[in-house]
Write a protein that binds this ligand. Structure first.
Ligand SMILES: *[C@@H]1O[C@H](CO)[C@@H](O)[C@H](O)[C@H]1NC(C)=O
Ligand SMILES: *[C@@H]1O[C@H](CO)[C@@H](O)[C@H](O)[C@H]1NC(C)=O
Ligand SMILES: *[C@@H]1O[C@H](CO)[C@@H](O)[C@H](O)[C@H]1NC(C)=O
Length: 236
């Protein structure tokens, strides 16, 4: 395609993309089915869901590359992984308001969302989209704590400047108590174009098994402090 046409299409995509802070479903039937399976899981297993993971493909990957680490730390607590690959902030928001958290009483939600909005929205709107998810979770589950994770460094320096910019904006949601923000950037990225490559797949976006182990290592002290139990208690 001619580069000016590509540029025009990008401008149109940004101009007409749904705002990340307004709930929106995705059109694919497979996505609606996945959402429905989460709603079903919520209905059937409400009493044993103590932890919610919300996000996109990177969270979804706890079921794949991240599975050994997921089994070790989070399955024993009663964790529902509601990550779906490709989701943007507005898609998670739609899922939250459409039955996935009804009648639940989890202790904590881990939310990491926004990286898929980078192609469609500016950083300010992405931060608003992340904040809308935090607010919706708090409104629906007021007794639940929220551990909000920063968007991970990705792709190259330019993209990582944007993820850092978004993280600066959403970090203010940390109230020191029921909502905490954690930026894991330093564990995954050394500056410039220097990523800790063994933690990423070749696209420098998705994570390897080692990436999930590093995520757990970086997150667990705060996660277990908020959950109210430390991980050493879990080793049996
Ligand atoms: C969800 O549960 C309903 C009612 O039991 C069932 O009809 C439907 O097939 C389930 N959907 C999925 C995706 O499992
Ligand atoms: C971000 O995009 C929104 C709508 O697309 C626009 O109203 C706003 O001015 C933009 N903000 C910045 C900082 O570019
Ligand atoms: C962690 O667990 C150990 C062993 O049960 C306990 O001694 C320690 O006080 C706990 N620490 C925190 C911060 O809960």
């Amino acid at each position: 395609m001619h580069s000016s046409l590509v540029a025009l299409l990008v401008v149109f995509a940004v101009a007409f993309a749904a705002p990340p802070y307004d709930p929106a479903p995705r059109p694919e039937q497979s996505w609606l089915d996945r959402h429905e399976s989460f709603v079903n899981n919520t209905l059937v297993n409400a009493e044993s869901i103590n932890v919610l993971f919300y996000g996109d493909s990177i969270t979804d990957g706890w079921d794949n590359a991240g599975n050994p680490t997921f089994q070790e730390f989070y399955v024993p607590l009663g964790t529902a992984n509601y990550g779906i690959g490709g989701d943007r902030a507005e898609h998670v928001l739609w899922r939250i308001v459409n039955g996935e958290v009804q009648n639940l009483s989890p202790k904590i939600a881990v939310l990491k969302i926004g990286t898929n909005n980078l192609g469609a929205n500016n950083d300010t709107d992405i931060a608003r989209g992340v904040a809308a998810n935090v607010q919706e979770l708090k409104a629906r589950l007021p007794d639940m704590k929220i551990l909000l994770l920063g968007v991970l460094p990705r792709t190259n320096e330019a993209m990582t400047i944007r993820t850092s910019n978004i993280n600066d904006m959403i970090s203010v949601l940390d109230n020191g108590d029921t909502t905490r923000f954690l930026d894991m950037k330093e564990h995954f990225y050394r500056g410039g174009n220097d990523f800790v490559t063994e933690l990423y797949t070749a696209d420098l976006l998705h994570l390897t098994a080692a990436g999930y182990a590093k995520w757990a290592e970086a997150m667990n002290p705060l996660f277990f402090e908020m959950f109210g139990q430390n991980s050493t208690n879990l080793i049996v």
